[in-house]
Design a binder for this molecule. Structure first.
Ligand code: 7TS
Length: 420
């Protein structure tokens, strides 16, 4: 057998091979073996991550950055080592990595700390496919400053309309904030192109923010190559625990920004008369952080690296191609977003004629299949698509073609229930 063929076969088995690492995937839901197709909401966690969290609590639970004793030093070393691991994962420097509670908090941090820089007449550019957490903070900021928000349109195929991007971004654009991958359409946006456009055509020091919540676990990310100024993502969507988010920011920008929250750990010196603040990254991390969560996240990154992001991407591409083909065989099923797997992730939204997305999700639940039904925190996008909601599956490295086959069988059965 040729090496390339061997490699292909090997990749085809990735889902089966890694499934053993995820305890929850071996449980039942409604007395059926679970088929987890909601990784865009949150991913499942491998044993390696769960063990790392437990080890922290059992063996070196102590607060960070303050104790002189060995236990606290061990906790601090693990916490800061995690920062180093995350930085290397996206080609940043450790001091450019801020730990937050999630993508939502990371995006709010940027919005709040950049408010003073916005001037009358400037504008903020987003896209029609943003999650509420990359829309509402900017909308509120714009309202407060009395400035405009522009939304780059999507094409009928569910991709970003780059002609419209050229019209939206002008010399008054101060902030461009876009999602890397849509959590509804699965479209992969040309972030690099948008970043070049924004930096060339936007206002002086126009900042480019990338919401990487849906891309970080599925595609290699290099912040230098993307050319973005900020990148936000969540640990829980990349096999790590909930309650931890990451904000990458270019050092020069983070240095200029005021703190987001005030309190312990973020200060250099406090006197009754006033306070000076700590250096990066601590300036933005007030209070006791989610130590166990950050340590778990570092393990999740190591887990991804042990498999290899390129391999994950190739496997998910193959699975997405298969899922798109199988879903399109179903009569009365409409897919929202690109119909082919080029420049596309494994997030697939659809509707089945005559069936409400919530009913569909409930019928699939009875079969042990987890999918999401609704607006997916993208209400404005739903109005563009002219639907109240969609049914959505989202694939990850532990899914298999068998999961897709079970889904297709269950959708056909759901149709029978409703069309009867
Ligand atoms: N941005 C995108 C593109 C997302 O998909 C999500 C969460 C967020 C931001 C917010 O992330 P958080 O970790 O702060 O909550 N998306 C989803 C979803 O699609 N279903 O549940 C959560």
């Amino acid at each position: 057998m040729l090496a390339a063929q061997q490699q292909e076969q090997h990749i085809g088995l990735l889902g089966e091979a890694v499934k053993k690492d995820f305890p929850l995937l071996h449980t039942l839901m409604n007395n059926k073996p679970i088929v987890y197709l909601d990784s865009a909401a949150t991913s499942q966690k491998p044993r390696q991550v769960l063990d790392a969290i437990q080890r922290y609590y059992e063996e070196y639970n102590a607060n960070v950055h303050r104790g002189i004793y060995a236990l606290s030093e061990k906790a601090t070393t693990a916490y800061e080592h995690a920062r180093f691991i995350i930085a290397r994962f996206i080609n940043a420097m450790p001091e450019e990595i801020i730990f937050t509670r999630g993508t939502t908090e990371s995006l709010n941090l940027i919005a709040y700390t950049n408010v003073k820089q916005l001037r009358q007449g400037q504008n903020i550019v987003l896209t029609q496919m943003e999650h509420h957490s990359n829309l509402v903070p900017w909308q509120q900021l714009a309202k407060e400053k009395g400035i405009g928000v522009r939304f780059i349109r999507i094409t009928p195929e569910g991709r970003l309309d780059m002609d419209h991007a050229h019209q939206c971004i002008d010399h008054n654009t101060k902030i461009v904030s876009i999602t890397h991958i849509s959590n509804v359409l699965g479209a992969v946006n040309p972030v690099k192109e948008i970043a070049i456009l924004a930096h060339e055509r936007g206002a002086q020091d126009c900042i480019v923010v990338v919401d990487a919540a849906q891309s970080i676990a599925h595609t290699p990310i290099n912040v230098k190559e993307l050319g973005c100024d900020f990148l936000a993502f969540s640990s829980h969507k990349m096999f790590g625990p909930t309650g931890v988010g990451i904000l990458y920011g270019r050092k020069e920008l983070l240095d200029q920004m005021p703190p987001f929250q005030y309190g312990g750990d973020m200060i250099r010196e406090v006197r009754f008369e006033g306070t000076t603040f700590a250096e990066l990254p601590h300036k933005f991390e007030a209070g006791t952080p989610n130590i166990a969560g950050v340590i778990g996240l570092a393990k999740a990154v190591e887990y991804i690296k042990s498999i290899g992001m390129e391999k994950i991407q190739a496997y998910e591409h193959e699975l997405t191609t298969y899922a798109l083909a199988r879903l399109q065989e179903i009569d009365g099923l409409t897919i929202y977003g690109p119909k082919t797997s080029e420049q596309r992730s494994g997030v697939i939204s659809f509707s089945v004629h005559g069936l409400h997305p919530h009913d569909m999700a409930q019928l699939l639940d009875r079969e042990g299949i987890c999918v999401r039904g609704g607006h997916h925190c993208c209400m404005p996008l739903m109005s563009v698509l002219q639907v109240s909601g969609t049914t959505r599956i989202s694939l990850s490295l532990y899914n298999t073609k068998e999961d897709i086959d079970k889904l297709v069988t269950a959708i056909e059965a759901a149709k029978q229930v409703f069309y009867r």
